[in-house]
Design a protein around this ligand. Structure first.
Ligand code: FAD
Length: 447
């Protein structure tokens, strides 16, 4: 195969597809999306159940401030439904479950006050980090030299508050707060909005799942999306025509949008090599991964018997959420396991999870109708669930995040300054890259 297009897009995750759809809306039809996998959607993924219906293995929820996602879903005819059931998270530490609140009512509880104080300090610090240029935050070098874990240690005085705060970070990150830069974490949270991230990010989910949005875009784009087309080389991006070599052949394009996790970009060979700051960014980029599981039951019999359907155990590093349908036609619990579990055999993991579900929801929870597990650590094209930048990288190479290199433009959720690491960020980054590319193509056609 050999094709000539105006724009080639690498990656048919929701970011690459949003870029393609935006280009289409801007009147640019000569485009090709090249996807390495045999499916589209990237980190959005539906899994059909034997017992009927589906569960979502990747990005699932959205909140009211995620307007690009809500608008795109509506445009693609995908409707929203309620996200997780109401009720706050219970944090389990040393065999005790506690419901935390940003402003605890129990004045006598020292740990609750300690936690609330640390949260307030963290929120204020988040607001000092510029959304577009986090590396220019006041004291950026100091904030980037420190880990999130070290900051928690310094800003809490009780074991419980420290454990709860770490639990919150693990819940968002899927990984160890001691491995990520404080500056990066502050920026991540600021891009979403502190309260929105903690309180409303799981208000909605989508009928048919988030992958359905991708599938509906592909239906409209038709043959302009090519599967099993892993891009291995990109050359000539500093000249008038870029050449992309993929499994299916060669594509020539005037402009290119690379819509992938930065870490996976490092697997592509660039000729000439990318500038050193871009190479540093992609080769030092780190990610973390949950293992996601679903347990399906005939009914959510536990509802009404327990005070919340959301448990985060700090001791066992397991988070479980009741996502049963509102009409209670069946019981569905989703769980996220810390990366530590990845080394265990699947059967051992299932045994541990079922024991945990039994203790939390009642013994009957040990016998689900169906059990589904998905390990994002093993996915060849996505390199993990979520980014987790080590100290020092944002200040030394962050400015490369959004700077095009010749005819290469960057998309993917990691490049967004709003809701980075979420589907919302992916869509915005894709749309922004598409507008930049359209601007370039127009300026060429008018000269
Ligand atoms: C378990 C889990 C739960 C999540 N929960 C939520 C949630 O509830 N809400 C939310 O908003 N977000 C959530 N997220 C995050 C969200 O799913 C992602 O931010 C978003 O889907 C990223 O989209 P993307 O297009 O930027 O990247 P990706 O989805 O990673 O897309 C990149 C694409 O590039 C392709 N690719 C890679 N290498 C090549 C190559 N060489 N050539 C061609 N193609 C290539 C990949 O196959 C992939 O399709 C979750 C993610 C996970 C994993």
């Amino acid at each position: 195969m050999s094709s000539h297009v105006e724009v080639a897009i690498v990656g048919a995750g929701i970011s690459g597809l949003s870029a393609a759809w935006e280009l289409h809306n801007l009147g640019i039809e000569s485009l090709l999306v090249l996807e390495a996998n045999s499916r589209v959607g990237g980190r959005t993924l539906n899994h059909p159940l034997v017992s009927g219906g589906y569960v979502e293995q990747g990005g699932t929820w959205a909140g009211p401030t995620q307007t690009a996602l809500l608008n795109l879903a509506q445009e693609m005819g995908v409707y929203i439904k309620k996200g997780k059931l109401e009720g706050q998270t219970l944090y389990g530490f040393r065999q005790k479950w506690t419901m935390l609140d940003a402003s605890p009512t129990s004045e006598s509880d020292i740990a609750q006050k300690d936690f609330a104080q640390a949260m307030t300090t963290f929120e204020a610090l988040c607001r000092t980090v510029p959304l577009e240029t986090p590396w220019q935050a006041p004291n950026a070098n100091i904030l980037d030299s420190m880990t999130m874990g070290a900051w928690i240690e310094q800003n809490t005085t009780t074991d419980e508050a420290r454990a709860w705060f770490e639990g919150c970070v693990r819940q968002i990150l899927s990984g160890d707060p001691n491995k990520v830069s404080l500056l990066w974490m502050l920026h991540f949270v600021h891009t979403a909005g502190f309260n929105d991230l903690l309180e409303t990010a799981e208000d909605f989910s989508f009928v048919g799942g988030t992958q359905q949005i991708c599938l509906n875009i592909v239906e409209r784009l038709g043959e302009r999306v090519l599967l099993n087309a892993c891009v291995t080389e990109i050359s000539g991006y500093d000249h008038s025509l870029v050449q992309l070599i993929c499994e299916r052949g060669v594509v020539y394009a005037q402009q290119v949008i690379v819509a992938m996790m930065p870490k996976t970009v490092a697997r592509i060979q660039f000729h000439p090599p990318l500038p050193p700051i871009h190479r540093q960014l992609i080769t030092q980029w780190e990610t973390m991964s949950w293992i996601k599981f679903h347990a399906i039951y005939e009914k959510p019999w536990w509802q009404g018997q327990i005070i919340s359907g959301h448990f985060l155990s700090i001791d066992s590093k397991i988070e479980v959420i009741d996502i049963s349908p509102e009409d209670a036609t069946r019981g569905v619990i989703v769980g996220l396991l810390a990366p530590d579990y990845a080394t265990l055999p699947e059967s051992k993991r299932q045994e541990l999870c079922l024991a945990f579900l039994g203790e939390t929801f009642g013994q009957a929870a040990q016998q689900p109708l169906e059990w589904v597990e998905f390990d994002w650590n093993n996915q060849p094209w996505t390199s993990g669930c979520i980014s987790a930048l080590p100290p020092g990288l944002l200040t030394s190479a962050g400015s490369a995040l959004n700077s095009p290199v010749g005819r290469i433009h960057w998309a993917g959720t990691e490049r967004s300054s709003i809701w980075a690491n979420y589907i919302e960020g992916a869509i915005r980054a894709g749309q922004n890259a598409a507008r930049d590319v359209a601007g370039k193509l127009r300026s060429v056609s008018t000269t």
